[in-house]
Write a protein that binds this ligand. Structure first.
Ligand SMILES: Cc1ncc(COP(=O)(O)O)c(C=O)c1O
Length: 401
C-alpha cells in the first residue's frame, strides 16, 4: 500500500494525549477489567432536561434547515444579552459567531489571524490542543514557563516572552490541566500588556462558570472596547451545561475578526446544528434556570474536589495544590521519580497496569512530572481510585508511623 502524503502541517500535529488515554481505558474495559477512567474532561451529568426540551421544541418548529454562517440571530442575540445580564459585558450580536464547540471557536480565531512564521505565546502547562492549532497554522509555539508563579500566568511573564514576531497569546482560565485561575486584575494587566504591543489574545473560557468560591468568575468580554479589540473569547456549552456531544460554542471578537471567522466557517462547517443553536438560545434566555443548572454542577464538583485533593495528598509521592476552577487535579509526582519510575508516564503506566486506574500524563500538557486526574466522575469512582492508588504507592501516614 502506498504511503498517503499527509500535508506537512497536519503530519506535524500530535494526536490528542487525553483522547489516547481515554481510548486505552475503553479498550481495557472491553476486555472485562474494572477500569476507573479519570482521563476525559467530560461532565458525568446529563444535559439538563429543560435544554433537551428546547431542542425538541426547535425541531417541532421546523428549525431543521441552514442558518446564517454566523449563527441564528436568536443565538447571537442571546449570547450578547446573557453576558450583559450576567457579567455587565457590552458587545453587539455582530461580535458573536456560533461555532461547533469551543474547539472550532479556537480554530476559527487562530486560522483567521495567524500567518506562517508568527509566534504564538502559550503558557505552560497548556491544554493539549493549543500548540497543535499553532502547528496547523504553520505558526511557532513559544512556551511560557509558569511554575515559578504556581502555574498562574503573570503580565510580567508575558512581557518578558514577547518579541517582534509575537502575534497571539492563548490563555485558558480556569485552566485545564492545572485548575488555576488568573485573578481578574492580572488578566486585565496581561491583556493591557498585549494590546500595548499590538499582540492579540485568544482566551479560552470554556470553564468560565467553574471557578470555586471565593474565586471570581471573570470574562475578558467584559473589558472596555479598546482592550476587547485585541481579544477573542472562545466559549463553549460543552462543560457549562454538560453538552459535550451537542457540539456548540461561540466566539466573541471585534467585528472585523468575526467577519473573517464567518467567511472561513462558511466554507467549512457552515454553522452548528440549527435546533441546537435554538436550544442554547432558549437556555440563555431562561437565565435563572441555566444559572441554577450550572451552580448545581459547580457545587457537586466542589464537593468532589474538597474530598479528592486531601485524599491524593495522603498518597506517598503525590503532591497536589487545591484547584480553584475547572474539574482537574494536577498532581506533582516528581517525588516518585528516580528509582522504579523514570518519568510521570511510567507512573501512569504502573497505575494503569496494576490498578486499572487511568489518568493523563502531564507531558502532553508540557508538564513532565505531573499527572492530571479528572474529577468529572462519580464519588464512588474517586473513592475506588484512591483506595487502589493507596495500595500501590502506600500512604503518607504509614510512612510516618
Ligand atoms: C481547555 C479546553 N478548551 C476547549 C475545549 C473544547 O471543548 P468543546 O470543543 O467540546 O467545546 C476543551 C475540552 O476538553 C478544553 O478542555
Amino acid at each position: 500500500m502506498s504511503t498517503f502524503p499527509v500535508a506537512e502541517h497536519v503530519a506535524r500535529m500530535k494526536a490528542s494525549s487525553t483522547l489516547k488515554a481515554a481510548q486505552t481505558a475503553a479498550a481495557l474495559r472491553e476486555q472485562g477489567h474494572s477500569v476507573i477512567d479519570l482521563t476525559v474532561g467530560e461532565p458525568d451529568f446529563d444535559t439538563p432536561q429543560f435544554i433537551k426540551n428546547y431542542a425538541w421544541e426547535g425541531l417541532q418548529k421546523g428549525l431543521t434547515k441552514y442558518t446564517a454562517s454566523s449563527g441564528m440571530k436568536q443565538f447571537t442575540e442571546a449570547v450578547s444579552s446573557f453576558y450583559k445580564n450576567q457579567f455587565g459585558a457590552e458587545f453587539s450580536p455582530g461580535e458573536v459567531v456560533a461555532s461547533c464547540g469551543g474547539k472550532q471557536a479556537l480554530f476559527n480565531a487562530a486560522c483567521t489571524l495567524l500567518n506562517p512564521g508568527d509566534d504564538v505565546l502559550i503558557p505552560k502547562p497548556y491544554w493539549v490542543t493549543f500548540p497543535e492549532i499553532a502547528t496547523f497554522c504553520r505558526a511557532n509555539s513559544v512556551f511560557i514557563d509558569t511554575e515559578a508563579t504556581d502555574f498562574v500566568l503573570s503580565a510580567d511573564q508575558v512581557s518578558d516572552a514577547m518579541t517582534e514576531k509575537t502575534k497571539l497569546l492563548i490563555i485558558n482560565s480556569p485552566s485545564n490541566p492545572s485548575g488555576r485561575v488568573i485573578p481578574p486584575a492580572e488578566m486585565r494587566k496581561i491583556i493591557e500588556t498585549c494590546a500595548d504591543r499590538g499582540v492579540y489574545v485568544l482566551t479560552d473560557e470554556c470553564y468560565l462558570f467553574f471557578a470555586y468560591p471565593p474565586g471570581e468568575v471573570f470574562t475578558s468580554a467584559s473589558l472596555p472596547k479598546e482592550l476587547r479589540d485585541f481579544v477573542c473569547v472562545a466559549g463553549s456549552f460543552s462543560k457549562t451545561y454538560a453538552m459535550t456531544g451537542w457540539r456548540i460554542g461561540y466566539t466573541i471578537a471585534n467585528e472585523a475578526w468575526s467577519k473573517a471567522m464567518v467567511k472561513l466557517q462558511s466554507h467549512s462547517a457552515t454553522h452548528p446544528t440549527s435546533f441546537v443553536q435554538y436550544a442554547c438560545a432558549r437556555a440563555m434566555e431562561n437565565h435563572e434556570a441555566s444559572v441554577a443548572a450550572v451552580n448545581a454542577m459547580l457545587a457537586e464538583y466542589e464537593r468532589r474536589r474538597n474530598w479528592l485533593i486531601p485524599a491524593l495528598n495522603a498518597i506517598k509521592g503525590f503532591n497536589c495544590g487545591m484547584p480553584e476552577g475547572a474539574f482537574y487535579a494536577f498532581v506533582d509526582v516528581r517525588d516518585l521519580l528516580g528509582g522504579e519510575y523514570k518519568t510521570s508516564a511510567n507512573v501512569a503506566e504502573a497505575m494503569l497496569e496494576r490498578t486499572y486506574t487511568v489518568v493523563t500524563d502531564g507531558a502532553g500538557f508540557g508538564a513532565e512530572g505531573f499527572l492530571r486526574f479528572s474529577y468529572a466522575t462519580s464519588m464512588e469512582n474517586l473513592h475506588t481510585a484512591i483506595e487502589r492508588l493507596g495500595e500501590l504507592f502506600g500512604r503518607k501516614e504509614a510512612q510516618a508511623a
